[in-house]
Each structure stands twice: as C-alpha cells, then as structure tokens.
Design a protein around this ligand. Structure first.
Ligand code: AMP
Ligand code: MG
Length: 317
C-alpha cells in the first residue's frame, strides 16, 4: 500500500488538518470529484499545488467553505447569492462573487482576479476538515491539468503517486462530475461550467435567472473553460455505434451489450445519473489499455446527459 494513502478516519482527518496548516497538499473526496486541497493563504503551498497539477497560473482555484458566513469574509455575498446558496449548499454549485479585501486568499490562488469562485461541498469529510482548519480551503480537481478528473483515491494516486503528501480514501464520488459554476459577480448572471445542477433547477427553486454564455466571448474570466480538457491520452471519438478492432468501446444503454473487447457500459439500464457516476472512472480504465481509440456511443442530450456530452466533446477535441 502507498505510504501517502490513508482510509477516512478521525486520525486521517486530524493529520490532513495538520498537513494543511503546514503548507502540505492533501487529496480529499467531495461529492463531485476528488480535490487536492491546500491553504489558499500560503503562497508556497499554492505554488506547489500548481506545479503538481501542471496548472497554468492564469487558471484560478475554487475556494471551499463550510458556511456562507465563512465565505462572506472574503467575497461580497449578495442577496441573490444568499438565496441560491440557501437553496443549493452544501452541493455541487460554485458561485463566482466579487472579492473583498482580505488576508485569507492569496492573489496567486485566484490568478489575481477581482472575483473568487466559492463552494460549500456536500462532503462530510471535507466539511470536517474545513471546520478543524478554521479557514477556507482551495481545492482544484485532483488530476493533471487537462487530464480526466479523479473520482476514486486510486485515480489520485495514478495521477500524482507520492508527489501528493496525503490522499484520504473515502470511496467513489457520489456524482462524478465537477460542480456547476455560475458567475454572479455581474448581471446578467452567467453559467460558466455545466454540471449536475442546471439553470432550470436554479430558476425553479429561487426565481433567479442565469443565462447561457454567448459563444465567442473572449473576455471570459474562467480560463479553464477554453482549453482542451478531461482528455484521455488515447484519441476519443464520439457517437460511434459499432467499434472496430483496436477500439476500446464505451457504451450507454441496453442496445450495446455485445461481444466487443475491451468494452465498458456506462449504464446498461440507460440511467444518466449512473453514467455520470461511472464516466471518469471508465474513461481512465479504458485509457490505461492504450488502445488505438476510445469510441463512445451516442449519449442522450437531456438532463445530466447534456453535461456528459459536453465533457466528452472537450475530451475529444
Ligand atoms: P477545477 O480546478 O478543476 O476545480 O476547476 C475550477 C474551475 O473554476 C476552472 O475552470 C476555473 O477557471 C474556474 N474558476 C475559478 N475561479 C474563478 C473565477 N474567479 N472566475 C471564473 N472562473 C473561475
Ligand atoms: Mg479540473
């Protein structure tokens, strides 16, 4: 067993908190994907994190909190933001808000922007660690920049090996897709990253309108959104119903229970939630086989299927 891997326990939570206080990097499960956490006020820790991920310095980190109150120390938590947080936190929704002058978040962790992306994760272990740490925690997804996100502790080890100080194994992430990101720092409010939660649900629960970003907008303050992302090393092709020899086949639904090898089915029941849960795990598994291509059957474009298609699209570009 890896020396830097521990199961979730009181002891590992305590160790994680001590590590964060000493500028170390700790991978922790959230309900979306595994994050790699660091103290956002410690520039050395932040630089270590960017190096570990090979993340461009212009791509800001999401700051994790355990309450609106904690976030209000470093962002301007508007009335609309409060309404939305009240409805959806803790949960897979990140809010971009205007930065307040503060000593908690070093400029380097937010790429010098005047806005900060904040989220309260629905992950008991993460919330416990924030509580013990007593301050907000920065945590991007625990994968090399551009590669597939991690939804298990093993994925984190596959990505970073012993270069991450500690990985806490809390099992597989319940949702399997990164948080929805909405920008509330200016009106109209805009969705910056699709996730499990869509703007219709936000409107239904709060009456607040969030718009889809116009294409070709270059003044985007979410640089991560422009890149090739979520990509396996193996070329990925979408909307293929019949695989060829040498292909790794990723299918969805009961029409594709066939004899091709290797193949994995995201959900033989045709359940999109299950497909989201399996997506990154199965992509990583098929990528490890180093076949010529990974080919993926059509995935329905409704509900979470829209987000799954978006991730696959970027993985294939
Ligand atoms: P990850 O690091 O994988 O969790 O992704 C975080 C995403 O949040 C990236 O796409 C960042 O560009 C985006 N992000 C973080 N902070 C901001 C911000 N202040 N404004 C816009 N996007 C942000
Ligand atoms: Mg990421």
């Amino acid at each position: 067993m890896q020396k830097n891997l521990l199961k979730e326990s009181k002891d590992s939570i305590k160790l994680a908190t001590d590590y964060l206080k000493h500028g170390k990097l700790v991978s922790i499960k959230t309900e979306t994907v595994y994050g790699v956490a660091c103290n956002p006020s410690n520039i050395i820790a932040i630089k270590k994190l960017y190096n570990l991920k090979n993340r461009p310095s212009f791509n800001p980190l999401i700051i994790h909190v355990n309450s609106v109150k904690m976030a209000s120390d470093f962002v301007d938590f508007t009335e609309d933001a409060k309404k939305i947080a009240h409805a959806f936190w803790p949960g897979p929704l990140t809010l971009i808000l205007k930065k307040k002058k503060n000593n908690l978040i070093n400029d380097f962790s937010i790429s010098g922007l005047d806005t900060i992306a904040v989220r309260m994760p629905n992950s008991q272990i993460f919330l416990n660690i924030i509580k013990n740490f007593g301050n907000p925690i920065a945590a991007p997804s625990a994968n090399k920049s551009g590669y597939i996100s991690s939804t298990t502790a093993q994925h984190v080890l596959d990505s970073f090996g012993s270069k991450v100080d500690l990985v806490i194994d809390s099992g597989k992430c319940e949702l399997g897709l990164e948080s929805t990101i909405i920008d509330l720092s200016n009106e109209p409010y805009i969705i910056k990253r699709l996730g499990v939660l869509d703007i219709k649900k936000i409107y239904k629960k709060t009456g607040i309108n969030v718009k889809t970003e116009r294409k070709n907008t270059k003044n985007i303050n979410s640089p991560g959104q422009l890149e090739k992302h979520y990509s396996p090393k193996t070329p990925l092709i979408m909307n293929i119903k019949i695989p060829k020899d040498g292909d790794a086949f990723l299918s969805f639904g009961k029409n594709y229970i066939d004899n091709h090898k290797p193949s994995l089915n995201l959900s033989s029941e045709g359940n999109l939630k299950e497909a989201a849960y399996n997506l990154f795990d199965f992509l990583r598994r098929l990528d490890k086989l180093s076949m010529k291509r990974i080919v993926v059957t059509p995935i329905p474009k409704h509900g979470i299927g829209i987000t799954i298609n978006e991730r696959l699209n970027r993985a294939s570009s």
